[in-house]
Ligand binder design. Structure first.
Ligand code: PEP
Ligand code: MG
Length: 568
């Protein structure tokens, strides 16, 4: 038994197996049961194959455009990819230590770059950049289809305790706290946002441990003692028993789910709509359980992810799609289901979303026909992703109209299906008034809006500290879109991750937004917190924030003025 001392941020004692999240590097480390080891290794191999394919394509195009000299950089990466010291070593690590694939790849590359640091030759030392590049690509490919820590954590089989370097509130708010019983972080103080959240959720937590993530092994038995501010490794039977009493004391499960659907209402009676973002039809149950009024965003491209995420592979046929859409509409009735057409990112570079659909009319038509046929079975809203200009939207509506004629849907019935545009590119935000004329609703996708406005790749851990939802540019664009929608008298919602951070959500309400869509797990907490707030207070805070010029000032203002989770 070993004790690490930190700050008790939320009371109670829980025990379980450790899962380690390196949030800064976006990599989760957990123990893989023996039966899953081969599957984990297969994921590494699949990532290597996809990486090889991508590198070969890049190599060929560089070769054509810029000549063999430059292309040789990618030859070198291709060679490294097949070097036994890399991918093979990561696979061995999974087999020997039973750690997950992403962690094994991460560690292998970390070890290797350490070796490069000690090389005297400057040219060779510089190759470290290539290694990091290759590692980044392998990790990115491993993450496909399991992009967020929440999704990764869904893979966990048993109740666990989360050990993280840091845990931003937006991530914490999305975690399924019935599976993750408590957490401990290297970072943080008692006023750490996430600590406040933990108290509100009734999840025991210790923060400010400084180096727990480097001491704790994945799968190790640990106990979080939030009463005494300790993280106990290999806890005694007595501590585990004490933890069990806490878990079984008849308290409602953390996260207070199983709620009745309906708007969240602030103290002074302002009604706010909380819908769910989902990726799989199975998530519908979680959305209902969380009390979502409807589905604000169904990312339909997940239907296409049969292994490699590309067009042509495993494209669901019309019948299959119709069945799935119909089932979702019936399952959520009478609540609306917003189905976003495929938002595939074919080869990066911006060829994605509606642009790509318009380039692939056969695939697009098949989806539109399936959607329109299903529309007879519930309350469907169709949402087009990545709209960049009005013309694209006009073209899409035209295709929708002809698909309706093909499946025998009358003009009247077609008019009952609201058609919306995602506003997630700065060009769309700046022309939201024009787009609003062609749409029945707008949905602000801040995940992409942030990355394209701040020029920060959302999937690249190296620039993650520059990814700032509270940047004044983002807040201004959100307000601009809200105004455009209200002038056009159409609804507008916001479905980016930022809405699942309760402080940010409160600000967005103050800025005038009334409809949100978020991951189901974040809904109960959002509802509870909004119910404790007054809309005029939020408006006053938002007015002050809107005049501020730095993210730091804005964050400080929110922390000072929006008090969350006092009841816990
Ligand atoms: C967004 O961009 O904010 C969004 C909700 O869509 P996605 O995360 O699927 O790109
Ligand atoms: Mg998006």
């Amino acid at each position: 038994m070993q004790r690490l001392t930190g700050i008790g941020a939320s009371p109670g004692v829980v025990a379980g197996r450790a899962v380690v999240l390196m949030q800064r590097e976006q990599v989760l480390r957990y123990r893989v049961p023996a039966a899953r080891v081969e599957k984990e290794i297969a994921r590494i191999n699949a990532s290597r194959d996809l990486t090889r394919h991508q590198l070969a394509e890049i190599r060929n195009s560089v070769n054509q455009r810029h000549g063999a000299d430059l292309a040789s950089i990618f030859d070198a990466q291709l060679l490294m990819l097949d070097d036994r010291k890399l991918v093979q070593r990561a696979a061995d690590m999974v087999r020997d230590q039973h750690v997950n694939a992403a962690w094994a790849v991460h560690r292998t590359f970390e070890e290797l770059s350490g070796v490069f640091d000690d090389i005297a030759d400057e040219y060779l030392r510089e190759r470290k950049g290539d290694i990091a590049d290759l590692a980044g690509r392998l990790k990115m490919n491993l993450r496909r289809g399991a992009a967020t820590p929440r999704e990764l954590m869904r893979e966990l089989d048993e109740a666990s305790v989360l050990i993280a370097d840091e845990l931003p509130p937006s991530i914490a708010a999305q975690i399924d706290w019935t599976k993750v019983r408590g957490f401990a972080t290297d970072a943080g103080s008692r006023t750490y946002h996430t600590a406040i959240l933990a108290r509100s959720l009734g999840v025991p937590a210790v923060v400010g441990l400084q180096h727990a993530t480097s001491v704790v092994q994945p799968g190790q038995a640990v106990a979080v003692d939030g009463d005494n501010g300790e993280l106990i490794l290999d806890p005694s039977e007595e501590i585990v028993t004490r933890a069990r009493v806490h878990v079984d004391d008849g308290a409602p499960p953390p996260g207070a789910q199983g709620e009745a659907p309906g708007p969240a209402v602030t103290i002074d009676g302002l009604q706010l709509r909380l819908d769910a973002n989902i990726e799989f039809p199975d998530d519908l149950a979680a959305a209902r359980y969380a009390g979502a009024e409807g589905i604000g965003l169904y990312r339909s491209e997940f239907l296409l992810m049969g292994g490699v995420r590309s067009w042509g592979v495993a494209t669901a046929d019309e019948e299959e799609q119709y069945g799935i859409y119909r089932q979702m509409l019936e399952g959520m009735a009478p609540g609306p289901v917003t189905i976003r057409t495929f938002d595939m990112d074919k080869e990066g570079g911006g060829m994605r979303g509606l642009r790509l659909s318009l380039l692939k009319p056969d695939i697009f038509r098949r989806q539109l026909r399936a959607l329109l046929r299903a529309s007879r079975h519930g309350s469907l809203r169709i949402l087009f992703p990545f709209v960049t200009d009005v013309q694209e939207l006009q073209q899409a509506r035209q295709l929708l109209k002809s698909a309706a004629a093909e499946v025998g849907l009358s003009d009247d019935d077609l008019a009952k299906v609201p058609v919306g545009a995602m506003i997630e590119v700065p060009a769309a935000a700046y022309t939201a008034d024009l787009i609003a004329r062609e749409a029945n609703f707008l949905t602000i996708g801040t995940n992409d809006l942030i990355q394209y406005s701040l020029a920060v790749d959302r999937s690249d851990a190296r620039v993650s500290q520059l990814y700032k939802p509270l940047h004044p540019a983002i807040l201004r664009m959100v307000v601009m879109v809200r105004r455009a929608a209200s002038r056009a008298k159409i609804p507008v919602s916001l479905c980016g991750e930022m809405a699942s951070d309760p402080l940010v959500l409160a600000l967005l309400v103050g800025l005038g937004l009334r409809e949100f869509s978020m991951t189901p797990a974040a809904i109960p907490l959002a509802r509870r917190l909004l119910q404790e707030m007054r809309s005029d207070d939020l408006r006053a805070v938002a007015r002050r924030v809107f005049r501020m010029s730095t993210v730091e000032e804005i964050e400080a203002e929110l922390e000072r003025n929006i008090v969350v989770g006092q009841r816990g």
